[in-house]
Design a protein around this ligand. Structure first.
Ligand code: CAA
Length: 258
C-alpha cells in the first residue's frame, strides 16, 4: 500500500489518530483526502488493538469544507455518476467510536465531517458553519440532516440559509459539541477521552454507540426496543460477567474484548 498523501496516521497505544494534512488548502476535503480518511478509519476499525479513533486537523482549520477548486467545474452528470461525496457515508459504519478534535474552521464539509464523528471536542477558537449557500449550493455530506438533529430546526435553518459562522460558545450551548477546552488542549483532551473509551469492553462500546445512534434513526418506541435488545445481548458476553464480578469484588475489570 502507498503512503497517504493528505493525512497522517499514528497509533498511540490503543488509540488511532488521524490528522488531516493539507495545510495550504486549510484541509479542504478533496477526493484523495476522502479516500484516505475512509481507508484509515476502516483499517483502525478492523484492528482489535484499537479501541477508539481521534480525527483532527490543524490549529487554524479542522477543515474549511469540500475542495471548491476540485468541485467547481463538475457537471451534474459527473456528481451523480461518481456518487460524489458518497464514500463519506462509510464513516458511519465504523463500530469503533470516532472523536473529532476540532480547532479553527469547521465549515461546510468540515462541519459535516465533524458531525459524522461520534462526538466533538472543540478548542476555544473553533468555528462551525454551513456556508454552502454562499456558493449557490447546499450541504452535501449530511449537514442539513445532522445539524438539524444536533441543534434543532430553528438554528439549523438559520445556519444553512444564511451561511453564517457559529462560534464555539454558541455551538456548546446548542449541544453541537460535547466539551470546549483551550485551543492548545483540544487534541490532548480528545486523546484522553479516546484513551478512556479504549479501556472499556470494545463489544460494549460498539453496542453503546449503536444504541445512541438509534435515537437519530428511529422513533422513541423503536429506539427503546432496540436498546433493550442490545442491552440483553451484552449478557451473552464474558465482558459483562467480568465487569460485574470486578465491581462486586472491588477490583478493576480485565475485559477480554479490548
Ligand atoms: N476549498 C478549496 N480551497 C480552499 C477552501 C475550500 N473549501 N478553503 C480554503 N481554501 C484555500 C484558499 O483558496 C487558499 O488557497 P490559496 O492560498 O491557493 O489562495 C487557502 O486555502 C487559504 O485560504 P484563505 O486565504 O481563504 O484563508 P483565510 O484565513 O483568509 O480564510 C476561510 C479562511 C474563511 C475558511 C476561507 O478560506 C473560506 O471561506 N473558505 C471556504 C469555506 C467554504 O465555503 N466552505 C464550504 C465549501 S462547500 C462544501 O463544503 C460543500 C459540502 O456540503 C460538502
Amino acid at each position: 500500500t502507498t503512503e497517504p498523501q493528505t493525512i497522517l496516521t499514528e497509533r498511540r497505544d490503543r488509540v488511532g489518530l488521524i490528522t488531516l494534512n493539507r495545510p495550504k488548502a486549510l484541509n479542504a476535503l478533496n477526493t484523495e483526502l476522502m479516500t484516505e480518511v475512509v481507508a484509515a478509519v476502516k483499517e483502525f476499525d478492523a484492528d482489535a488493538g484499537i479501541g477508539a479513533i481521534v480525527l483532527t486537523g490543524s490549529q487554524k482549520a479542522f477543515a474549511a469544507g469540500a475542495d471548491i477548486k476540485e468541485m467547481s467545474s463538475k457537471t451534474y452528470a459527473e456528481v451523480v455518476g461518481e456518487s460524489f461525496f458518497g464514500a463519506w457515508d462509510e464513516l458511519s459504519r465504523s463500530r469503533t467510536p470516532i472523536i473529532a478534535a476540532v480547532t479553527g474552521y469547521a465549515l461546510g464539509g468540515g462541519c459535516e465531517l465533524a458531525m459524522l464523528c461520534d462526538t466533538i471536542i472543540a478548542g476555544e477558537n473553533a468555528v462551525f458553519g454551513q456556508p454552502e449557500i454562499n456558493l449557490g449550493v447546499i450541504p452535501g455530506i449530511g449537514g442539513s440532516q445532522r445539524l438539524t438533529r444536533a441543534v434543532g430546526k430553528a438554528k439549523a435553518m438559520d445556519m444553512v440559509l444564511t451561511g453564517r459562522q457559529m462560534k464555539v460558545d454558541e455551538a456548546e450551548r446548542m449541544g453541537l459539541v460535547s466539551r470546549v477546552v483551550p485551543t492548545d488542549k483540544a487534541l490532548d483532551t480528545a486523546l484522553e477521552v479516546a484513551t478512556t473509551i479504549a479501556t472499556k469492553s470494545a463489544i460494549a462500546t460498539a453496542l453503546a454507540k449503536d444504541a445512541v445512534n438509534r435515537a437519530f434513526e428511529s422513533s422513541l418506541t423503536e429506539g427503546v426496543r432496540a436498546e433493550r435488545a442490545l442491552f440483553y445481548s451484552t449478557f451473552a458476553t464474558d465482558d459483562q460477567t467480568e465487569g460485574m464480578a470486578a465491581f462486586v469484588e472491588k477490583r478493576e475489570p480485565r475485559f477480554t474484548h479490548r
